[in-house]
Ligand binder design. Structure first.
Ligand SMILES: NC(=O)c1ccc[n+]([C@@H]2O[C@H](COP(=O)([O-])OP(=O)(O)OC[C@H]3O[C@@H](n4cnc5c(N)ncnc54)[C@H](O)[C@@H]3O)[C@@H](O)[C@H]2O)c1
Length: 344
């Protein structure tokens, strides 16, 4: 009856829930199954009632850390998109255990179950650009062959997961594809991440705090562009993508300070709201992606400019206080290092 059954882990979170909306609207003959442990980062409210009530949609409450549960959830799946992870760098600095458990062991459970799943055609693993660490001196951009030099426990857990998936393709021929998105932003991103934090701080006329000098730069990708990239990877001929790694990046880097300035400018707020806090340990200096591979092979390129994307994201947070007001306590959390530096 359904053309595909797509199992999406972690899709009650930011990127996954945006992708669920995209898939639901574009592919009416697909069944969508979300498998999520609903941690502090996930909420079923991120998936609209129209989708949740549809007979094409199913939610399975479960953890990727539970191998038996994962195996059961994968029984009917033809495509898996594995988003589930602990994702916040700062949290990984004060408690790496959850990251190793969910990101590494959870991914090992996923590929182990995928290997035995009777109908599986494709396994798409959502890795991250964080696995590269900072750009190697002398290089202009980071392509898929850039060395993996993860700087934080989050990044190293994701690097482990990335390579576990690769090894299942190499060893067992699992039809796996690895995707390394650069920094995503857009609606429904948790307040612990920098762009929603800046926007909601500005909305409340509270300080926008940057780590250290604010010069650390990132390649910012709007979540809608990531959804289009995942769509292309999901539907490309398998032979063109299997065993491959794809960056999803714009090729433009913008510093955290510049992001803060842009947010203030777009929201007509004074620069005096800018303030700084201690440098975060394990900070990546510069991230700048090379997306020529996905452009040349699959025709993907980013369509949302940073200023347009920020404007849209500001508009969303301005009208969705219900989403973020419950997360405001996050702002109060600061970590103090042994040397007395504070960061969040
Ligand atoms: N946000 C970014 O900028 C970015 C960039 C590159 C890659 N990624 C990767 O994309 C994926 C999604 O990121 P996000 O920003 O949407 O994350 P998120 O933190 O918003 O959501 C994570 C989701 O995973 C779920 N989850 C956590 N532990 C789980 C477990 N044990 N079992 C099942 N579900 C569990 C949570 O409940 C939540 O719904 C992650 O793998 C992340 O590493 C994110």
């Amino acid at each position: 009856m359904f053309k595909q059954t797509v199992l999406l882990t972690g899709a009650a979170g930011f990127i996954g829930s945006n992708f669920v909306r995209y898939l639901f609207d574009k592919y009416p003959d697909y069944r969508i199954v979300v498998y999520d442990a609903l941690t502090y980062a996930g909420s079923l409210d991120n998936i609209p009632r129209k989708i949740r009530d549809s007979e094409r949609f199913e939610f399975v409450y479960g953890s990727v850390c539970n191998g038996a549960q994962v195996m059961a959830a994968m029984r009917d799946a033809t495509i898996v998109v594995h988003f589930a992870a602990e994702t916040h760098v700062t949290r990984s600095i004060y408690d790496a255990a959850d990251f190793l458990q969910t990101d590494v062991i959870g991914t090992a459970n996923m590929v182990g179950a995928a290997h035995d799943a009777p109908h599986l055609e494709r396994f798409i693993h959502i890795s991250t650009s964080e696995v590269y660490g900072s750009i190697r001196p002398g290089l202009d951009t980071m392509d898929e062959d850039h060395p993996l030099e993860p700087c934080s426990p989050y990044a190293s857990a994701k690097a482990g997961a990335d390579r576990i998936v690769y090894s299942y393709w190499k060893t067992y021929g699992l039809p796996a594809v690895i995707v390394r998105p650069f920094n995503n932003y857009g609606p429904r991103q948790h307040l612990e991440k920098v762009i929603p934090r800046f926007i909601t701080s500005a909305l409340r006329d509270e300080p926008l705090t940057v780590h250290g000098d604010g010069l650390a730069s990132r390649d910012w990708v709007h979540v809608d562009d990531t959804a289009r990239a995942l769509d292309l990877i999901m539907h490309a001929p398998l032979g063109a993508v299997v065993g491959e790694v794809f960056n999803v990046a714009t090729g433009i880097d913008t510093s955290i300070s510049e992001i803060a300035d842009l947010v203030l400018e777009l929201m007509n707020k004074p620069k005096s709201l800018l303030s700084s806090i201690g440098q975060r340990p394990g900070q990546v200096d510069k991230h700048l992606g090379d997306a020529r591979k996905i452009r040349n092979l699959l025709g993907w390129f980013p369509t949302v400019t940073l200023s347009d994307g920020l404007e849209r994201t500001i508009a969303w947070y301005s009208t969705h206080q219900d989403f973020w007001e419950r997360m405001l306590w996050m702002r109060k959390i600061k970590i103090r290092t042994a040397a007395g530096t504070e960061f969040h």
